[in-house]
Design a protein around this ligand. Sequence first.
Ligand code: UD1
Ligand code: MG
Length: 432
Amino acid sequence: MNLSIVILAAGKGSRMKSPKAKVLHEICGREMLYYTIKAAREITDDVIVVVAHQKDAVIAAMENHFDNLTFVTQDAENFPGTGGAMMGVHPRYEDVLVLNGDMPLITPSSIKQFIANPSDIVMSVIPLNNPSGYGRVIIENDQVLRIVEEKDATDTEKAINTVNAGVYAFKHHVLQTYIPRLSNANAQGEYYLTDIIEMARNDRLSIAPLYVEEVEFKGVNSKNDLAQAEMIMMDRLRRTWMDAGVILQLPETIYIEEGVKFEGECIIENGVRLCGNTLISNSHIKAHSVIENSVVKNSDVGPLAHLRPLSVLEDTHIGNFVEVKKSTLTGVKAGHLSYLGDATIDSGTNIGAGTITCNYDGVKKYQTIIGKNVFVGSDTQLVAPVEIADHVMIAAGTTVTAGKYESDILILSRTPIRKVAGFFTKFFGKGK
Ligand code: UD1
Ligand code: MG
């Protein structure tokens, strides 16, 4: 589409009360600016992002997700505010859509509505029960007269509950006419993009309000807003995956990030947390398990299991209180209470309760490699680096010291039992 989209992402976001730039705060595991850019990118190739505050961090984070974005740096010291943000922008096309970068819930279909309207300017408005925090929009006869920012509003203006959602469709020449004329004579000493409306109106340009809903146009200014936007986004993700055939039990208790993917028939029980670029394929994830950046295929996990980043499970059973990190388990059973880190474990192997890979010596991490059909007895410690061939039995309670172990052996390290006759009575006395 021949449309330029400008996303304003240069502000400090002081109401977030955070050292981190506002647009880098995350929703469902991705920075909120990612979602705004993603929606814009589905519509056009000319996406311009205005940056200033923490610009290096913002650019680096977005280049991690997208190629060929145009970044423009705002002179925020001399020209602060959303109008100041537009001063160095050179859109490629005559139709320009301006979006605030703190609107992660916007969708491509809602952006398209702005282009369909023939008015000189189209701007988004939302009727809200509680309009606080937003600029108020003064509308007469379906034409927008002006926008007044909350900090500049009189009490009567504050009572208006029709607010500016922060999306505007302009013609490029309209921006070229009015941006240089903005002034900063207001409560915040900022150049407000919203002041264009009144100037354009005085010149008899037509300015149509486009009524939109907060579920797509919510501005995130505080940590409360962030949490609410995340709930809306998470709800969308859950519905999308249920539509795709995933079973979510008590869906509102399940946390799913944007990068998570499912294949085939999956059952996700209540209280599960799925993060990063996790792939779950034909698997059952039981209650209160946490899976981060891992792949789980034809397996069952939990309840109360923890797969940390870069774990790959296939045809595997993981039970309660098992923690797996950066390990590949294929055809393995690890039913209870274990830590398996930096390990590769092959099919038919059973990991007894209380098995620990001692992968860290305080300086470096080491690998544990276990072959096929190994029986690892309960309470085994594997002091890495350790390599165990196929068909090995490890007796319960064994400390397997570092080294290579050949096939078809029993590995056993056990302190011999001592029996001290009469000890109990002697120690506790008779009658106990
Ligand atoms: C803005 C609107 C307000 C509207 C609200 C909708 C103005 C003056 N006000 O207010 O009418 O109701 O959005 O959510 O536009 N930014 C820059 N450079 C700056 C300042 C801000 O790029 O110097 C960016 C921010 O990073 C942010 C966006 O512009 O993504 C909006 O800024 P913000 O401070 O959140 O404006 P609001 O007070 O919410
Ligand atoms: Mg805002």
